[in-house]
Write a new protein. Structure first.
Length: 453
């Protein structure tokens, strides 16, 4: 069977339609991602309206913007009006101002009012994620009435897994799974099915609250209310999963020692990627220059005991690695809500013990390595025992300091209102490199004074 690209190249529209009938919207989005904007517009034009809108929602943001510019005015209006309100809000929110104005202009009056109302909520709030397409019912209805109502109005709902019971003022009083109505007698009242156990999100809540709520509750969708409890929309699991993925991606990129790219790796321009990465690299480079300054401060000790210089890479890498481990674990624990700011003391105690144990393991290995090597080599000289003790004890102190610094820095940044992910592993490693040298040469001065020093 020919590929979609070949069928488009041969201008065989019937063959293109035939191929498209066998694919789901996510599969179509994956197939057209590498096509030109003109070819993508052709595919979207050949799809049924609802399928086209859903397919468009699965494209990444740069592809969506290129496709919108390649589409005609009428096709653009059809596509945007058929999109899910929450996905359309995300598109309008992240598009350049001029493009946003153009997109709002092609919406129908009702859809434009809806889009502007959702855009009216602050960025990062649940209101930007919600959709107003849901099914609301009354408690005095019968089960048969509910089922008839769903058949008549359910096609416009984002999901039919849950129905929402509201009172005369529109205030949410319960949510009920559809399966409860499918299994109940037709003449049973909604009030008899209700259990008044439900959870809600506020439109002004931070989007992280939605992620946490979906993690806690086994739900496909959650209702959203205003400050008075009136039901105004729902948030579905697919939007929350996309949000969680985007947040995790940003954190990982920051932990790696760069700014968040905010675009797919292959979509971002080389110039922007260099700009995002250069800042942190310059800061880290300037920090590492302090390592040379620290070594210069101990220049006299290095001249007298050159053997100490042999272990500098070992020492600073061990401290940096332990610090990177600790900061990564703590940042993730903070992100998942496993630890809170008030838990800093408990974390500190754990990391002191962990650092002492890990440092002892590495210190013991380092000491026995020097002892074993000195059995058939004079590389470490007659005072190899003192050199081994210097390395072993230094590793204990440096690894413990690395784990302590790496675990406490995220708490400090969070307390200052900054993103803990900015205490990236490379930053912690640089910090521990400099202080690790001070610890190493200070221990060396204590053990080797009167012999090599």
């Amino acid at each position: 069977m020919p590929s979609l690209h070949d069928a488009i190249g041969a201008a065989n529209l019937d063959q293109v339609r035939s191929l498209l009938t066998h694919w789901t919207p996510p599969a179509v989005a994956a197939e057209i991602r590498d096509l030109t904007a003109i070819e993508q517009a052709l595919v979207i034009r050949l799809l049924p309206r609802k399928t086209a809108a859903t397919t468009f929602e699965f494209l990444d943001r740069p592809s969506q913007e290129r496709l919108l510019k390649a589409m005609g005015q009428s096709e653009l209006a059809t596509l945007l009006n058929d999109m899910a309100p929450d996905d359309r809000t995300g598109l309008l929110d992240e598009s350049p101002a001029e493009l946003t104005k153009q997109l709002l202009a092609v919406l129908s009056p009702d859809e434009r009012r809806l889009a502007l109302s959702l855009l009216g909520y602050p960025r990062g709030t649940v209101g930007r994620l919600m959709t107003p397409h849901y099914v609301a019912i009354r408690e005095d209805w019968t089960v048969q009435h509910v089922l008839d109502f769903v058949r008549e109005h359910g096609q416009d709902s984002e999901t039919l897994n849950v129905l929402y019971v509201v009172d005369d003022q529109g205030e949410l009083i319960d949510d009920i799974r559809v399966r409860e109505f499918l299994l109940a007698p037709p003449d049973k009242l909604v009030s008899e099915v209700m259990d008044h156990r439900f959870v809600t999100l506020k439109a002004t809540d931070a989007q992280e609250a939605a992620i946490a709520m979906f993690q806690k509750e086994d739900r496909k969708a959650l209702p959203v209310t205003d400050t008075t409890g009136v039901l105004i929309g729902i948030v579905t699991i697919d939007d929350v999963l996309s949000l969680a993925e985007a947040r995790a991606t940003k954190e990982i990129q920051k932990i790696g020692g760069s700014e968040a790219l905010d675009e797919p790796y292959m979509a971002i321009t080389l110039r922007r990627m260099i700009k995002k990465r250069a800042g942190w690299l310059v800061i880290l480079f300037l920090g590492e220059m302090l390592t040379a300054t620290a070594m210069g401060f101990f220049e006299g000790e290095i001249e007298k005991a050159v053997v100490l210089a042999l272990f500098v890479p070992l020492i600073i890498s061990s401290g940096g690695n332990s610090g990177s481990q600790a900061t990564t674990l703590v940042i993730r624990a903070l992100a998942l809500g496993e630890v809170m700011l008030v838990d800093w003391w408990r974390v500190m105690r754990r990391e002191i013990v962990a650092g002492l144990a890990l440092g002892s393991i590495l210190g013991t290995i380092g000491f026995f390595r020097i002892a074993l090597w000195s059995g058939f080599s004079t590389l470490y000289g007659p005072h190899w025992l003192l050199v081994g003790l210097t390395v072993g004890v230094s590793l204990i102190g440096i690894v413990m300091w690395g784990t302590l610094a790496g675990s406490m820095l995220p708490f400090l940044l969070k307390r200052l209102g900054l993103d803990p992910a900015t205490s990236s592993a490379p930053f912690v490693a640089t910090l521990v490199d400099v202080t690790g040298l001070v610890i190493y040469f200070s221990v060396g001065y204590v053990f080797l004074r009167g012999t090599l020093l």
